[in-house]
Design a protein around this ligand. Sequence first.
Ligand SMILES: Cc1cc2nc3c(=O)[nH]c(=O)nc-3n(C[C@H](O)[C@H](O)[C@H](O)COP(=O)(O)O)c2cc1C
Ligand code: SF4
Length: 462
Amino acid sequence: MKKLNSIILSGKEVLPLIEGGKGINASNGYSSGAWARENCVGTFSGVTPDVLDNNGNVIMESFKTKKRLDRHEELVEYAIQGGISQAKLAYEISGGNGRIHMNMLWELADSQKMIESILEGSKGLINGVTCGAGLPYQLAELTSKFGVYYYPIVSSARAFQILWKRAYAKCPEFLGGVVYEDPWLAGGHNGLSNAENPNEPEVPYNRLVELRKTLRTIGLEKTPIILAGGIWNLTDWEDYIDNPEIGDIAFQLGTRPMLTVESPISDAWKQLLLNVKKGDVILQKFSPTGFYSSAINNAFLAKLIERKNNEIEYKSEPDAEFSCALSLNAARSVYIKPQDMQKAQNQIDAGLSVVQETPDNTVVFLTPADWQQMKIDRAECAGCLSQCQFSTWSKATLSTGKLPDPRTYCIHKTLYDGGHGGDVQNNLIFAGHQVYRFADDPMYKEGIPTTKELVEALLRGE
Ligand SMILES: Cc1cc2nc3c(=O)[nH]c(=O)nc-3n(C[C@H](O)[C@H](O)[C@H](O)COP(=O)(O)O)c2cc1C
Ligand code: SF4
């Protein structure tokens, strides 16, 4: 295994190893502080980070107001206080070593306000902000004014070029690096474009070379590229190290750091990770953000897949093709093709008796209990996203004007629950596609390693 040399990240010489940010509460002050302590970069999630009281105990998020817009304001205030809490915790644990970054999902409603207020309230503690999901044009200006480095997460050289031309060229000083997140391999939301096929992965090498060429043409020869997605050990990626075609590189791991002593996820989640098999992670598009994402195919995801597989096309008025009436309720029917009638009846007979329209002129079938829960989740929406396909909340206009999509779910509720000890079968559990390697990697036969042990193993190429 080649020696991994230090590089400059966020203004300091550190090992080129980064713990990726993971919301909600799958990376926090404990985990990021531990990575920084090892002279690496730790990234806590800025998505609903836990607020801590003076004794370090978590004050769970809860809403006091009745209106959605007011709950949204409560959520934003909680996230700001939480970000400050986690930054302090991370810094304390790091002992001043390494670098501490915060990750923000750009498509959160008021993400800019959150970044700004967290940086304001934690001056000197956060060294960099990574940001993906969407095109975070204003990120550069936002962090630069605090002297904090920014790291856009992209999945192509073209995406970076757009960001650079439109915004980042004005703030080159604090561009800390560009994260290339492999959309076919990384856990969590990813930037698979409409032109890319989820079933036809492309190896990152050529895409990284392309990114480096783009960086060189604009004078960013020395700006590090951070490779994220599918990294288990560095032996697999030796060709990428000290490679003049790629230039300075750092490696960001999201999934593997979750199985460490300092990782905040529950023991049940850790056990689940140890038992995942190859192929159990699915790249799908059920997130209410509209983005693709990769998660473990547990009961939560299986239900969404089944619902989607059994959806049926309809028209509001009958015609020669859509000639069979399907009752939605006592007052309304839609019309489906005769050949779909049996499919509809089978689902109703199986107890999926609530028929719901989607925004794409299809209907899906739900159990009365699932429908009841869906109504509760929509009523309790706290407006976390700038636009939500599940509840139709939109920060800008209060409603997207579309039908709520019953093929999606409240991502805030399920990630919050999963990230705070909730059931790992009936919540969304993001994971990268290499997660099955926990089961066979000898390191985990001995138990769960500390972050220090994991970093040492990574440096040995293990
Ligand atoms: C549970 C989980 C949650 C994640 N949450 C986020 C997130 O909120 N924002 C983000 O930009 N990336 C998120 N990621 C992506 C990671 O930061 C990282 O880039 C990715 O996991 C790297 O790929 P790997 O999982 O193959 O190591 C998440 C990943 C996982 C596994
Ligand atoms: S319904 Fe949508 S916008 Fe509302 S809290 Fe859930 S995920 Fe966020």
